[in-house]
Design a binder for this molecule. Structure first.
Ligand SMILES: NC(=O)c1ccc[n+]([C@@H]2O[C@H](COP(=O)([O-])OP(=O)(O)OC[C@H]3O[C@@H](n4cnc5c(N)ncnc54)[C@H](OP(=O)(O)O)[C@@H]3O)[C@@H](O)[C@H]2O)c1
Length: 263
């Protein structure tokens, strides 16, 4: 029970990563306040958590809407008395942002991931920090991808978006760590069990003459372990990083690429 009675707010909780992190946080004893742009998938995760004996409430919150995020955090604070963990797992469909060469990409498509990812992380982190500062305690977390640190073709504005989020993790920590708030990101390799990865890459694998299994094998061959990380493994690291056992970690993004990307 590494997160016993910690109050955690998750944004994008109806998604693959948000849902996996929610289940792992709940198993570790956290009280969950789950949010997403559409209520139904968030409610489904909350229902799972509650039927497994955990504590979760679901709410519809657009993580790009400052007022909605602020109002929800105030209601969490009023109900639970505090906000201990903020986890931003918001994601926009890869199909909207990948696949076009940079020289052909229009400005809107380039800017979409940069604006969406950095703004939603900024808003959710900033507003959560305002509830954490008076307690001199809290952990702000998010998720990025190896595109932040390595050149990959046909990913449009996704690489700059991931790099911006990792820079924001460092900068938030530089301002907040002295007030007892840690800021830690997770950078997993693609997890093919997620709908987002399958939808974005299965057609591209087929177009280059590979089966979906061959594509996964080729990605896995770039890791030291010759396999890809599971959602559950990623979520277990999220629990550790959110817990007091990681009190020495802040201002950094944990490299979960299993050797695909050197530090
Ligand atoms: N999947 C992977 O293997 C992997 C690996 C590395 C990094 N990542 C990154 O991790 C993040 C999440 O990935 P994922 O696979 O979990 O994606 P996902 O399953 O599509 O989940 C993303 C969630 O974010 C929600 N969302 C989108 N815009 C929102 C907004 N404005 N406010 C609130 N919620 C919003 C979506 O809700 P709606 O569907 O209702 O819009 C969805 O539930 C992305 O940044 C992705 O690039 C993923």
């Amino acid at each position: 029970m590494m997160l016993k009675d910690k109050v955690a707010v998750i944004y994008g909780a109806g998604g693959a990563i948000g849902g996996a992190v929610a289940r792992a946080f709940a198993s570790a004893g956290a009280k969950l306040f789950l949010t997403g742009r559409h209520l139904a998938p968030v409610e489904a995760v909350a229902k799972d958590v509650v039927s497994a004996g955990g504590s979760a409430e679901a709410a519809e919150v657009d993580a790009l809407d400052e007022q909605a995020v602020g109002k929800h955090l105030q209601s969490v604070s009023d109900t639970a008395g505090r906000v201990d963990i903020s986890f931003n797992a918001v994601g926009i469909p890869n199909t909207k942002i990948l696949g076009v060469p940079l020289v052909e990409l229009d400005v809107e498509q380039f800017s979409l991931p940069i604006a969406t990812y950095s703004t939603s992380y900024f808003l959710t982190a900033r507003l959560a920090a305002r509830h954490m500062v008076p307690n001199r305690s809290g952990v702000i977390m998010t998720v990025t991808a190896l595109h932040s640190r390595t050149g990959i073709p046909l990913v449009g504005g996704y690489g700059p978006a991931m790099a911006a989020k990792e820079a924001l993790t460092r900068d938030l920590s530089a301002e907040l760590a002295s007030q007892g708030i840690r800021v830690v990101g997770l950078r997993p390799q693609a997890m093919p069990e997620t709908r987002t990865i399958k939808e974005a890459f299965e057609p591209r694998a087929k177009a280059s003459g590979l089966t979906w299994e061959q594509w996964q094998e080729s990605l896995a061959s770039r890791t030291h372990a010759r396999r890809l990380m599971t959602l559950e493994e990623m979520a277990d690291v999220a629990v550790l990083m959110a817990s007091d056992k990681a009190s020495g970690m802040t201002g950094t993004t944990v490299n979960l690429t299993m050797g695909s990307l050197d530090d």
